[in-house]
Design a protein around this ligand. Structure first.
Ligand code: 4NP
Length: 155
């Protein structure tokens, strides 16, 4: 199973999602491949935002080695599931899908916790540190569901 986390810049939300999912899967004994990407290239090559690194570290997760990259059409062939943070990420990623099967790999990550509601993980980039903690909690809950779902499918 290969899972890709996607946001806009790949420096705030999706690097946290990648770190949290790797940690949650490890804790549950689930062996999966996890990566993240951004729909935009502005921050390509950069480490995660300092505030994302800090909130991750506070929860015992080191994301400092990640580097931002842009989402590419080829990612549809590489990944089984693509979780996006908000509706504009969803539209941007789905617009690159060549087939209905590829488009069906894309899901709003909060739908794992609130099915069908299409809620967004708010972009914390322009806000304060508490925005990052809130995002962490949303992603922590979502990643538990992602792992539960994958484990249930393996039964
Ligand atoms: P992210 O946050 O999509 O969660 O990584 C953002 C980071 C940078 C920008 C926007 C959102 N930006 O406009 O530079």
């Amino acid at each position: 199973m290969k899972v890709l986390m996607v946001c806009l810049g790949n420096i705030c939300r999706s690097p946290l999602a990648e770190g949290v999912l790797k940690e949650t899967a490890k804790r549950e004994g689930l062996d999966i491949y996890v990566d993240s990407a951004g729909t935009a290239a502005y921050h390509a090559g950069e480490r995660p935002d300092r505030r994302s690194q800090e909130v991750a570290r506070k929860h015992g997760i080191d994301i400092s080695n990640q580097r931002a990259r842009q989402f590419e059409r080829e990612d549809f062939a590489l990944f089984d599931r693509i979780y996006v943070m908000d509706k504009s990420n969803y539209d941007d990623v789905v617009s690159l899908a060549d087939t209905r099967e590829d488009a069906a790999k894309v899901e709003m990550i909060l739908n794992t916790v609130y099915p069908g509601k299409d809620l967004s993980v708010p972009d914390p980039y322009y806000g304060g540190n508490d925005g990052f903690e809130k995002v962490f909690q949303m992603l922590d809950n979502s990643c538990k569901k992602v792992v539960e779902t994958i484990l249930a499918e393996k039964q």
